[in-house]
Ligand binder design. Sequence first.
Ligand SMILES: O=c1ccn([C@@H]2O[C@H](COP(=O)(O)O)[C@@H](O)[C@H]2O)c(=O)[nH]1
Length: 608
Amino acid sequence: AQPSAAEPVAAPMRDLRWGNLNFLHTTDTHGWHGGHLQESQFSADWGDYVSFAEHMRQTADAQGVDLLLVDTGDRVEGNGLYDASSPKGEYYYDIYREQQVDIICTGNHELYQASTADQEHLQTVPNFKSNYIASNLDYIDPESGNRIPMSQRYRKFQTRNQKLDIVAFGFLFDFTGNANNTVVQPVKETIREQWFQGAIREQTDLFVVIGHVGIQMRVFKDIFAAIRQQNPLTPILFFGGHVHIRDATAYDSNSFAIASGRYFETIGWMSVTGDLKRAANTPFSTDTGALSFQRRYIDNNLYGLYYHTGLNLSTFPTEHGRNVTAMIVKARKELDLDYSFGCAPKDYWMSRTPYPHEDSIYTWLEKEVLPAVAVRDNRKDIPRLVIMNTGAIRFDIFKGSFTRDSTHIVSPFLSVLNYIPDVPYRVARNVIRMINNAGPIASSLYDMDPRFMGPPEQFEIHEPIIYTKDNNNNDNGRNDREDEYGSQPAQKPLGGKERQQSEKKPTLVQGYTTRDDIGTDGDDAVHAPIDFYTVPNCIQAEVGFAPESPPETVDLLFFDFIQPWVLLALKYSGGSYTNEDVELYVDDTFTELMASWIEENWAEHCKA
Ligand SMILES: O=c1ccn([C@@H]2O[C@H](COP(=O)(O)O)[C@@H](O)[C@H]2O)c(=O)[nH]1
């Protein structure tokens, strides 16, 4: 872990069940390779993961089983370790490549900016050579202008110990927000391609489909159907991501799918037990042919990593892992990520409190930040509506120092404020209602789904999930909340001191309490639950409005990312505007504006 990371905290544990074929899975790490410095339960870093994987590989070798590492994209954007350098990712690529990932693919965040896609093609693809798969993604070579596959379309290989034959694919959902130096082929078209039809007819013991795709999304189900049609019995394993949640499901009795969360909080574990050499030819109805599939969501917590490897503080770190941790320390220092802009007076939550609420990050933005930063000298007296999409914010703010790192963690995008001047108020005032309550804009094209304006974690959740009315947090709101934990036979205390503690009813740290299609025993650590509130797609600040008298016209300001939805909502509200009517309101990115606001308004709280 990084020297300034929160000390890990022990929790009652559930074991990993090893099978014949085992996987560790990361997804949507978004630059958090230094770990979560402020959260004890996720504070291990990429170097610790390197050590962990080395120990787990040794265990696999000793048992004669196989272990593969998978990563399903969105490795960039969302943390100072990637975003704070110029150019972005100056340190990240060399740190990331230290992990030996066996199957890796691209996420949408590798493609928003042309420069990021260039680096992906120039660095990560060659770093992982034949392990990198791009089944439905092409790259446009800047020199020749030629459209070429981002990397190979699929991979056929044999596992190290059991010599299992695997055919692996690497997909991206039907993403359309990519810069113009890549082309994402819709998955329905890809699975009709000749190469794909040939690949699914290869002789193999199993198929592994990795993808930057939610495991409940249509895309994986279509791929599953295409493979299954040709291979009625062959096991098919899916590793997904994108929606930032822990999730698992089975599409039929010989398939299994897992998604492993976000921000390097989670290392997913999947294992398959049974005779995989025979499974492709053995009907599942017979006992001998039956396979069993297990999943675990491993908290990226050093105590947990020690527990699963049977090691401790002195025996766990490998030389390689220590070196990677040192690379991250050096990068964080050179990027000055601990530079403090001010101190947050309290925690501000994205989804742990309702919106509006005094502890909601969105209420803080709406009431304090947006009115102060949405100011343009030559139009500062004109009343304005400022619309921000809630997905532009990526993480909570914790009480205490708000650092350079925090700016990128909370607001990683290069979002700017655009505006349309002098919009009739009777038209402009309807926009927020339309983009939040969907209505006609919901039935538009696939890539105009209004949910894309909100945070990915909210995508599939339509109702708040409230565990307790009296959410009795301590002053940092994250730890030390006492709770019952019922008799769950699969649970195991950590051992030693922790064991005695757990026998006395342990203090549970708040964290993931995942419920997926398999059950409620997926998390490796037993936690006290956290409330989850739904938030609207967008929030709106009214600035410069005279009390009691609505203006005739307003400047309508909005984040550039949501421009297509705003134009559509204006159209349905009776205003006909196009991209040509839109201008830049202020030069700075929202991240810069927010950092300046914090410098001006929160510096004083550091003195207390
Ligand atoms: O410029 C941007 C880019 C993205 N967003 C928000 O992020 C999600 C996509 O996040 P994933 O990590 O790929 O799931 C998108 O739906 C937006 O809500 C943004 O606000 N600005």
